[in-house]
Design a protein around this ligand. Structure first.
Ligand SMILES: *Cc1c(COP(=O)(O)O)cnc(C)c1O
Ligand SMILES: [Zn+2]
Length: 403
């Protein structure tokens, strides 16, 4: 079998696949697994087959261990022709990632990251996160019976920390500059034999390819024109784009969709650089948005996302908190309750429509990255109430309000 190497996304330096480093020694930019050029989808019944078994050819460097699987992936693609009509486009689809084992797409990258750690013989894994990635790594660490370290910022709220703690990881609240923790975790990992699976770790990014694979299958290989991805660190959008590229390489699809990176206006380092035609991102000094899951002020894959967008022909946009809440509500009216970060994807369609970027022949996929139940505090931002009524008056009341 061909030996797959890791390649620097910026300077093309290559690294042996055994490295657990994320970044290039020369230019500090993210590493990425070489593109897969030959492969097919394994037939089988998706009720009995796991996601990675189906797409095994696209993971030639991973040995699948059924002990790890929590049945991630195979999430629904929900179409909304009625909404598409409002925007005068052909169709809108929602890839509902809230239907993963820990209610966000992170599970897809956690499973490949943890598998890689197991394949390399690690008994300890870790991550730096206060949100969905922490929950996901804690869950898979437990399933794989690995010692799992989750590093969070000191002082985070109970409602955030307890859903991580329930899985039983070694949860450490770190007192200090949280933005230094990503780099620090890598040196701590080396010293203590802990395989860190952070936001844009190469084997995590690989896991996100299956979102693209499934979309291709769900649309009978007629790929959409655009895929909209709520973006923070940049791991998800990189993985999805790579997935489409690999299906293109093996001849399963005829084109690669354009990627739309959407960020919250209160923290949009990638969008800021994109709009000013810059090649590198600047740190956002005072991030402030309700979309906490995409509030990374200095995304580790930010520069690579800019390079990727250039090659792909895609674009970056930003949406305000007001728009995020409006479209969180709109999505719920379609039966889809997602967290604020995920609602940015539909807010992005509204923006693309107003800017005349999308047209009548376009088909668009929004990635609904995580569940609305992850952040119920957002419910307080909406005007939601129930009506009271006495039992004896119920019949009359219903007659009165009904049509
Ligand atoms: C992690 C996350 C994102 C951003 O993904 P990145 O890979 O960091 O760009 C978006 N939405 C939700 C709900 C997330 O948990
Ligand atoms: Zn490099």
């Amino acid at each position: 079998m061909k030996e797959y190497k890791l390649i620097c996304t910026n300077c093309d330096e290559s690294y042996e696949k055994e490295t657990i480093d994320f970044r290039c020694n020369h230019c500090s930019e993210p590493l990425e697994l070489e593109e897969v050029k030959i492969g097919k989808i394994n037939d089988g019944n998706i009720l009995t087959q796991t996601n990675l078994e189906r797409y095994q050819d696209f993971y030639p460097y991973l040995t699948i261990d059924s002990k790890l699987n929590l049945n991630e992936g195979f999430t629904p693609l929900v179409s909304s022709k009625a909404l598409a009509k409002e925007y005068g486009i052909k169709n809108i689809y929602f890839k509902n990632e809230s239907q993963n084992p820990t209610w966000s797409f992170k599970d897809r990258g956690t499973v490949t990251g943890v598998l890689r750690a197991m394949n390399l013989g690690y008994e300890k894994i870790g991550t730096v996160s206060t949100g969905n990635m922490a929950t996901s790594v804690a869950a898979y660490g437990s399933k794989a019976e690995l010692e799992t370290y989750v590093l969070v910022k000191k002082g985070i709220a109970d409602e955030k920390i307890k859903p991580i703690a329930i899985y039983g990881p070694r949860l450490i609240e770190v007192d200090g500059d949280y933005s230094k923790l990503y780099d620090k975790s890598l040196s701590i990992g080396h010293e203590n034999d802990i395989c860190f699976i952070n936001s844009d770790a190469p084997y995590r990014v690989e896991g996100y390819k299956t979102i693209a694979f499934e979309i291709c299958e769900q649309l009978n290989f007629e790929v959409p024109d655009y895929v909209i991805v709520p973006t923070s660190a940049g791991g998800d959008v990189r993985g999805i784009e790579k997935g489409f590229r690999e299906f293109f390489n093996v001849g399963l699809i005829k084109k690669v969709p354009k990627m739309i990176v959407v960020q919250a206006a209160g923290c949009s380092p990638i969008y800021n650089a994109f709009k000013d035609n810059k090649l590198v991102i600047d740190r956002v000094m005072d991030p402030d948005t309700i979309a906490h899951a995409i509030e990374n002020p200095y995304p580790p894959s930010g520069n690579q996302v800019l390079r990727m967008l250039k090659r792909n022909g895609g674009l970056a946009i930003a949406v305000t908190d007001e728009e995020i809440l409006k479209f969180q509500n709109k999505l719920a009216s379609l039966g889809l309750f997602v967290q604020p970060a995920s609602a940015t994807s539909l807010a992005a369609i509204d923006k693309l429509y107003k800017d005349n970027i999308i047209g009548e022949s376009d088909r668009i996929v929004c990635i609904l990255t995580g569940s609305g139940l992850k952040y119920t505090a957002a419910l307080d931002k909406h005007e939601l109430k129930a009506h009271g009524c006495k039992l004896e008056e119920l019949n009359d009341y219903i007659k009165k309000v009904g049509k």
